[in-house]
Design a protein around this ligand. Structure first.
Ligand code: NAP
Length: 242
């Protein structure tokens, strides 16, 4: 299994929820973390202190992952403070629950830009140094909505399905560069997003919400494995079998 101690990761949307759990799990393995956030500076700063308490380095970085200029500054900040990004977790995302008839063009652009364009922009900004080093891990946090349509509606499902297409393309494109790309499709993980959607665990075969650390465990497995690429790993309590 690959040793990851001392490597540098960038986790987008790491101020809370699944991203926070992923950042902590990587830090426990001795990985230094760029903690990206959008609005919640206090939570990102607290997380950095927690990571430093685990013996790894961390910096909070405010950036809107849907904006190319913001992404470029974010990646530069990580590189200057922690070194080249070797592990990238495209996690930042938003949900927009609405009926097909009510979704506006502005809604479409906001969700697709935040959830999907971001996974293109951030990866593009990190890929040069990963290729130079001939080592890298890209993990895209998609959703079971990509596979089932989900309860959140067509806009969210399309954004998350696009991430799986990106994952396949990255895996193939980077196959001989020591870089793997995989997607994780969680479902219903107990975070603010799920609380805001007022989702219920009733339809989950295991009868409970998943926990953010259960997604983080899958990230660690994928980061340590050099032979798995182009895969979609479900963390969904049995909601969808693939
Ligand atoms: P969450 O608790 O709402 O956290 C979302 C994170 O994304 C926050 O850190 C937020 O930062 C950040 N973010 C939002 N817009 C951003 C932007 N434009 N630029 C940078 N960061 C931004 O959500 P979560 O449940 O942990 O979800 C994390 C990921 O997992 C999302 O991609 C979500 O779609 C996916 N997912 C979640 C579930 C679930 O059941 N929870 C299931 C499937 C997939 P600030 O707080 O600083 O604004």
């Amino acid at each position: 299994m690959t040793e990851i101690k001392g490597k540098t990761a960038l986790v987008t949307g790491a101020s809370k929820g699944i991203g926070k759990a992923i950042a902590l799990a990587l830090a426990k393995e001795g990985v230094h973390i760029g903690v990206n956030y959008h609005s919640d500076a206090g939570s990102a700063e607290n997380l950095c202190k927690q990571i430093e308490g685990l013996g790894a380095k961390a910096i909070p970085i405010k950036a809107d992952v849907s904006d190319a200029a913001s992404v470029s500054v974010m990646v530069q900040e990580v590189e200057e403070n922690l070194g080249p990004v070797e592990i990238l977790v495209n996690n930042a995302g938003i949900a927009h629950k609405d009926e097909l008839e009510n979704i506006t063009e502005a809604d479409w652009d906001r969700v697709i830009d935040t959830n999907l364009k971001s996974a293109f922009l951030v990866t593009q900004a990190c890929i040069g140094t990963m290729k130079q080093q001939q080592w890298g891990r890209i993990i895209n946090i998609s959703s079971v909505a990509a596979q089932t349509g989900g309860v959140t509606g067509p806009l969210y499902a399309a954004s998350k399905a696009g991430m799986i297409g990106l994952t396949h393309s990255y895996a193939l494109f980077l196959i001989n560069d020591g870089i793997t790309a995989n997607a994780i499709t969680p479902a219903l993980i107990e975070t603010d997003m799920v609380k805001e959607l007022k989702a219920s665990p009733d339809k989950i075969p295991m009868g409970r919400f998943g926990q953010p650390n259960e997604v983080a465990d899958a990230v660690i497995m994928l980061v340590k494995n050099a032979y798995m690429t182009g895969q979609t790993v479900g963390v969904n309590g049995g909601l969808y079998f693939s």
